[in-house]
Design a protein around this ligand. Structure first.
Ligand code: THU
Length: 165
């Protein structure tokens, strides 16, 4: 028996320290809040994906009266990006959450389904996808979406070897 310790690394920034390209992507994610359709949760999420050619694709959460039919902002942006620009890697994805009339003070953490979609697109593109989680007080940056989902499930696991640990 051996204990397995799984750790991850992120960088916390004060918002005025954020590198300019990340700051610009955060502003784009924030601008998507107005397009959120969130009449049920009143929790609006905006996302912005920076593609390898510099294109920025936005997205927001889209809810539905049949709750599970809705989709998070991150996957709205990533699926749109991958459907319209299938050959472009997503270099960075910024996320901002808004509720009660203001952006959340702390960074919003993506749900597990969104993390799974991020890691697959990063894996097939074979280029790191940075994930930038905006908060009014500080912003948290993961250099790779894989840092947000240790022991992720990849297609290779279906080839008979399982997950490399
Ligand atoms: N939501 C996102 O858009 N992204 C996440 O990563 C977490 C949750 C949305 C889904 C739903 O519309 C609302 O936030 C409340 O869960």
């Amino acid at each position: 028996m051996k204990e397995l310790k799984i750790s991850t690394t992120a960088v916390l920034y004060n918002n005025d320290e954020l590198p300019a390209d990340y700051g610009q992507l955060v502003e784009y994610a924030k601008s998507q809040i107005k397009r959120s359709y969130s009449p049920y949760s009143h929790f609006a999420v905006g996302a912005a994906a920076l593609l390898s050619d510099g294109t920025i694709v936005g997205g927001s959460n889209q809810e539905n009266a049949a709750y599970p039919s809705g989709l998070c902002a991150e996957r709205t942006a990533l699926f749109y990006a991958h459907s319209q620009y299938p050959d472009k890697a997503v270099k960075a994805l910024a996320i901002a959450c808004f509720t009660g009339g203001h952006f959340t003070k702390q960074p919003g953490a993506p749900c597990g389904n969104c993390r799974q979609v991020m890691v697959e697109f990063e894996h097939v593109a074979d280029e790191p996808m940075a994930v930038i989680l905006y908060g009014e007080e500080k912003t948290c940056v993961f250099k790779s979406s894989k840092d947000l989902l240790p022991l992720a499930f990849f297609a290779e696991a279906m080839e008979g070897e399982g997950t490399a640990i």
